[in-house]
Write a protein that binds this ligand. Structure first.
Ligand SMILES: Cc1ncc(COP(=O)(O)O)c(C=O)c1O
Length: 389
């Protein structure tokens, strides 16, 4: 009997052997941090995303904080979408800035020119755009233009978006710098880790200083910045390099799963795919779908789970202003973010998922929808600051 977990880490034996050979070499030589594998990862990851430089670090969160410190956000306001992971806004706070939450476009779950303009204030120094679920908004270029015209910086939180693109332009190449994560659930993983992309040599050099305790050089020198132990080890770089060599293969198989889901959901009542707009090549880190208003998401997920399918985690179930630690954050009107946070689910997508498994997921969804009460009614709009289910 099939069982589909919400996420699956894919490391086939040949890939494990490749990673282990590099790890063995690092252990034998004693080159354990900031060595040749880190440099190789930086070179290959930057090239794959059409950006000049990369700085590998200990996590996606560190990547964001380093970028924001390099940009000098201390004392300034930074726009962040409301429907993102804790770390996007937390990195602004850790770097001394003040997050201000903006609403999103329902078609992409991402910031748009309109939602950025609606949230800007005289105090805003820059914008962090998040490629939610691995979908890069076709509006990313227009947001970059807006930021340039208003002398704001644009940073991409590309934690979800390895290998994704919009209009042929890769994730990570729209802003002054971008942050990717190698956390285990991501399309590419190193166990833990992150990477900064930038085409600005000065930002790259500053980021290198920050990641290594703020030291002016690897082999010593003065501590010139308030950095931290944000290095990536050679062992993690080896694992990331092995995974990176499979990125195209992973994207192809995730796209094939998405096509099966697109076709299946088109014939279902009560759930609708959030399809990437034309020109947008998602990496399908997540496959989001919106439940009809009034559907009880927790009950629906439980019914799907009863059929041996684990839906992936939402992106995100609770908007940031409803997280206790962020209560009181300044924000624009967040009606769309609140609605999508409340109503979406994410279908499981694995980099090695078979057609049979994807069909099994669709069967479970159909059964769960059929088992739903027939009196589902439109839901009242969320009250301000109400925690989404
Ligand atoms: C949108 C977003 N930003 C930042 C991060 C932080 O990445 P990490 O867990 O590698 O620190 C994550 C991780 O899940 C994320 O989803």
């Amino acid at each position: 009997m099939l069982r589909i977990p919400p996420a699956r880490v894919v490391f086939p034996p040949s890939l494990r052997r490749r990673a282990l050979a590099m790890i063995d070499e690092a252990l034998a030589t004693g080159e354990l941090t900031l060595g040749r594998r880190t440099a190789q990862l930086e070179e290959e990851f930057a090239r794959r995303h059409g950006v000049d430089h990369a700085v590998a670090v200990s996590s996606g969160t560190a990547a964001l904080e380093i970028i924001l410190r390099c940009l000098g956000v201390a004392g300034h306001e930074v726009l962040v979408p409301a429907n993102t992971f804790f770390a996007t806004a937390a990195a602004v706070v850790h770097a001394g800035g003040q997050p201000r939450l903006a609403d999103v476009d329902p078609a992409t779950f991402a910031l748009s020119v309109a939602t950025v303009e609606a949230a800007l204030t005289d105090q805003t120094a820059g914008v962090v755009m998040v490629h939610i679920g691995g979908m890069v908004s076709p509006g990313a270029k227009a947001i970059a233009d807006l930021c340039r015209d208003r002398q704001l910086f644009l940073v991409e939180d590309a934690a979800h978006a390895h290998g994704a693109s919009a209009g042929g332009q890769p994730a990570g190449s729209f802003g002054v710098a971008s942050a990717f994560s190698f956390y285990p659930t991501k399309v590419l993983t190193a166990g833990e880790g992150g990477i900064i992309l930038t085409s600005h040599e000065g930002l790259r050099d500053e980021a290198r200083i920050y990641r290594d305790q703020g030291k002016s050089g690897f082999h010593g020198g003065d501590h010139v910045r308030m950095g931290a132990a944000w290095r990536m080890s050679e062992l993690h770089a080896a694992v990331a390099l092995a995974h990176l060599s499979c990125l195209d293969e992973f994207l192809a198989s995730r796209n094939a799963v998405a096509e099966i889901y697109d076709a299946g959901l088109a014939g279902m009542d009560g759930i609708a795919a959030v399809a990437p707009p034309p020109g947008c090549e998602s990496n399908y880190y997540k496959y989001p779908a919106l439940l009809r208003p009034g559907v009880d998401r927790a009950a629906f997920k439980a019914r799907v789970r009863d059929r041996a399918v684990g839906l992936a985690g939402e992106v995100y179930a609770v908007p940031l202003h409803c997280q206790p630690v962020f209560a009181g954050l300044p924000h624009a009107d967040l009606g769309v973010a609140e609605d999508v946070c409340r109503r979406h689910v994410c279908l499981p997508v694995h980099s090695d998922m078979t057609e049979e498994e994807a069909m099994f997921v669709l069967t479970a969804l159909t059964a769960a929808l059929e088992a739903a009460p027939s009196h589902w009614a439109p839901e009242a709009p969320p009250a301000p600051n109400e925690v989404a289910s």
